[in-house]
Design a protein around this ligand. Structure first.
Ligand code: R5P
Length: 291
């Protein structure tokens, strides 16, 4: 008998189906109606049983997707005491600490909500920071998509490639990515104004970039500001082609267009957030974490 019933939320239906198939488990879909006032109404297509896995990313509309994920967890808890919440992209993870006095750490509330709704365990993919995960008082596991993204790049024929992290905070990620490809890496010195959100690159000229294809590696692309600034800097250093790789491509507004205009050849992301760039599948790493 299959160990799990996988319940797909509307934000992650295709990914949930893939996870169910890898776990050789029953898949149950859900239906969403949005009322004129914005309320979400969810209906399960069948009754779940056994250990239940909910798959529901929390990307924009963030608050709506959050309440939908919580509603599914809460409903599943009526059928099982073992409800595992898989939230491939965890919104609010960037609000993991008080950067400026008075800022509310909303990630802490989100963690409490998943527990209160009835999740016994939570699994996320490349969460923005491990500190965000520490707000959970239920077992919380972060799995990484770096190996899957690196597999994609192994197949490309890049010229003397170099992995570049747009900021110092991403150096460990860039290092692991580069190690998987057997190439070297650097990190740029990015500064973000905490009040305006404006990004600038403080790095001085970088002699290791000239003539080389670069892979910009980040956990997420939101407005594209970080990638645009990094690409502009790298072009000034006379690099070769520029690729942008991330786990979560939110690509808010015209981010994609601005990234291309900054000289990026291609954006490659995963299916934690479905979309044109989300071509790398994270179902193998999630299924492995559940099995
Ligand atoms: C920041 O620390 C993150 O790792 C990303 O670099 C950032 O969230 C990307 O945001 P944006 O695309 O808006 O610059």
């Amino acid at each position: 008998m299959a160990r799990f019933t996988v319940l797909g939320g509307t934000s992650s239906e295709q990914l949930a189906r893939k996870i169910a198939s890898k776990l050789k488990s029953r898949y149950i879909g859900s239906e969403l109606r949005t009322f004129p006032d914005g309320e979400s109404k969810l209906t399960l297509k069948e009754k779940p049983s056994g250990n239940i896995v909910i798959v529901h990313s929390v990307y924009p509309p963030i608050d709506s997707n959050l309440i939908r994920a919580l509603a599914l967890v809460s409903q599943a808890r009526k059928y099982s005491s073992k409800v595992y919440a898989v939230v491939p992209y965890m919104g609010y993870a960037r609000q993991d600490r008080e950067f400026l006095p008075g800022e509310i750490i909303t990630m802490s509330l989100v963690a409490k909500l998943f527990k209160t709704a009835g999740a016994a365990k939570i699994i996320v993919v490349d969460i923005h920071s491990i500190l965000a995960l520490k707000h959970f008082t239920i077992p919380a596991k972060n799995v990484t998509a770096i190996s899957e993204l690196a597999k994609y790049f192994k197949k490309l024929h890049l010229k003397d490639p170099l992995v570049v992290s747009p900021d110092m905070g991403g150096i460990v990620r860039a290092r692991s990515f580069a190690k998987l490809l057997g190439i070297d890496n650097i990190a740029l010195d990015k500064h973000r104004d905490r009040r305006t959100g404006k990004v600038s690159i403080k790095s001085k000229n970088h002699h290791r970039v000239k003539g080389r294809d670069v892979i910009l590696v980040d956990d997420m692309i939101s407005t594209g500001g970080s990638i645009v600034k990094a690409a502009q800097f790298l072009r000034k250093q006379k690099c070769g082609r520029i690729y942008a790789s991330c786990t979560h491509a939110l690509l808010i507004g015209d981010a994609e267009k601005r990234i291309r205009q900054a000289g990026v050849t291609k954006i490659i992301s995963t299916n934690t957030i479905p979309g044109k760039t989300g071509i790398v599948d994270v179902s193998p790493v999630i299924s492995k974490a559940l099995a």
